[in-house]
Ligand binder design. Structure first.
Ligand SMILES: [Fe+2]
Ligand SMILES: [Fe+2]
Length: 446
């Protein structure tokens, strides 16, 4: 039994421009007025651009003035009244509240629901400390709820070291069927209550009869009930992450283009040596189903190269592909043993392998810019930032437990030079130990 004293009551006040009163919510969602019971579900964390905050969104059967989040950072207990809202004619009420004043890098306990009748169990998450020297997370795209998609979800839930999940669009494939979103969120709840999922919008988020409204109300990029921005950025240890929309205007002169230019040019590389852009459609893809989004490349590639973007992580084509560092289809660098120094050109990934049926036909021959590609397998990618050596490693996992691809980008240029003196250097001490161990084993066998 927990005792809530000293009680720090933090009221959700004006800064949320779209904050609305309960009466306004009733006007917007009259069908939910008489709903009984709250049936709290679909609880998910949403990361704001302030690391001392965390937003939480959940759904219930009906509107209530008593929906709150209670949380316990260190010695204080906070309580925030939630906003009530709905969208379209979907018969669920949604609630959003932001926990504030959280200590960095520490575990926070929280629960949500109707304070009088139906509070959830307690969940824990750890706030992200941007100055930490280690960060690991999972990136997926094109997910849905197929059996392969569920395998990926279960792998994410089992991965207790991951501190975040990103989705490069095509998230639930609800395609106008709103209960599909409800089911998708409930299936991810075990992960989404513990770590935040950050999303870029895909073409399947533009739904028949709803357009982007479900995405805008169920995910939060700007702490508004109806997220108005489809592009935003977040800093995590070592990495500046940009989430852009390939589904909205990105051409030079557009609002998104100006925002991207301003955001990318203001990154402090001392703080975040690496920059990753997440978006749905790929600038580079040698899958015959969709292929490279040439208009996107024509509009934005030059900016990404000029601003030193390191990775562009897309989906849309349901296969896995990694390019070399490229610019205008020219290979800028082939690295050394899957190890690259940053700054030669962005590496583009297509990772549309999280569950939707594979697109099997590939362009032949494999384009020169394509470093590795694989179809007919499902899985996810996992990224690790190691701040001690300022390196970023990406590993492509298949749902059968094997690894398909792996590479490292380092900030330093020191060991990628391909002269003879470095030939042993890139093998690495792990490999030397492995060779010594194998030799030892062979000798013992004799
Ligand atoms: Fe897709
Ligand atoms: Fe797509």
């Amino acid at each position: 039994m927990r005792h809530f004293f000293p009680l720090l009551v933090i009221l959700l006040l004006a800064p949320l421009a779209q904050a609305q009163s309960f009466d306004e919510a009733l006007q917007d969602c009259p069908g939910l007025l008489l709903a009984t019971g709250s049936n709290t579900q679909q609880i998910h964390l949403q990361m704001t651009d302030d690391p001392t905050e965390m937003t939480v969104i959940w759904a219930t059967d009906g509107l209530s003035e008593n929906e709150i989040v209670e949380y316990q950072p260190s010695s204080n207990v906070g309580e925030v009244d939630a906003e009530n809202y709905c969208y379209g004619n979907h018969n669920m009420a949604f609630h959003m509240a932001t926990m504030t004043g959280l200590p960095l890098g520490q575990e926070i306990e929280y629960r949500v629901g109707n304070i009088n009748s139906d509070m959830s169990e307690w969940y824990n998450f750890t706030t992200i400390d941007p100055s930490a020297t280690h960060f690991e997370w999972i990136s997926i795209a094109d997910h849905g709820d197929s059996s392969e998609g569920m395998d990926v979800s279960e792998a994410i839930i089992a991965d207790t070291d991951a501190q975040m999940v990103t989705v490069s669009g095509d998230i639930s494939y609800a395609d106008g069927e709103q209960t599909a979103w409800d089911n998708w969120f409930n299936f991810q709840q075990e992960s989404m209550t513990v770590i935040p999922w950050l999303t870029a919008v895909g073409n399947h988020e533009n739904e028949p009869g709803y357009e982007f409204a479900p995405y805008e109300h169920r995910f939060d990029s700007d702490q508004q009930i109806e997220s108005e921005t489809f592009w935003y950025s977040r800093n995590v240890p070592g990495v500046h992450m940009v989430f852009m929309s390939t589904e909205h205007d990105y051409a030079p002169g557009s609002t998104q283009y100006s925002w991207l230019e301003q955001d990318l040019s203001s990154v402090n590389r001392d703080v975040t040596p690496f920059v990753i852009v997440y978006g749905h459609k790929p600038m580079y893809s040698s899958n015959s189903y969709h292929g490279s989004e040439v208009e996107l490349r024509d509009s934005l590639e030059e900016m990404y190269v000029a601003q030193g973007v390191d990775l562009v992580i897309a989906g849309h084509d349901h296969f896995y592909e990694r390019t070399w560092p490229v610019s205008a289809e020219a290979v800028m660098d082939t690295g050394n043993d899957d190890r690259f120094s940053r700054g030669e050109g962005p590496i583009h990934l297509v990772i549309g392998i999280a569950g939707r049926s594979a697109y099997e036909e590939l362009d032949e021959p494999q384009p020169e810019w394509s470093a590795y590609r694989e179809n007919n397998s499902y899985g996810w990618t996992r990224l690790v930032y190691d701040g001690d050596v300022r390196e970023l490693t990406l590993t492509h996992h298949r749902i059968d437990g094997t690894i398909g691809d792996q590479f490292t980008i380092q900030e330093s240029t020191s060991i990628v030079e391909s002269d003879d003196s470095s030939a042993l250097g890139h093998i690495g001490m792990d490999s030397v130990f492995a060779i010594v161990a194998l030799l030892g084993a062979a000798l013992r066998k004799r």
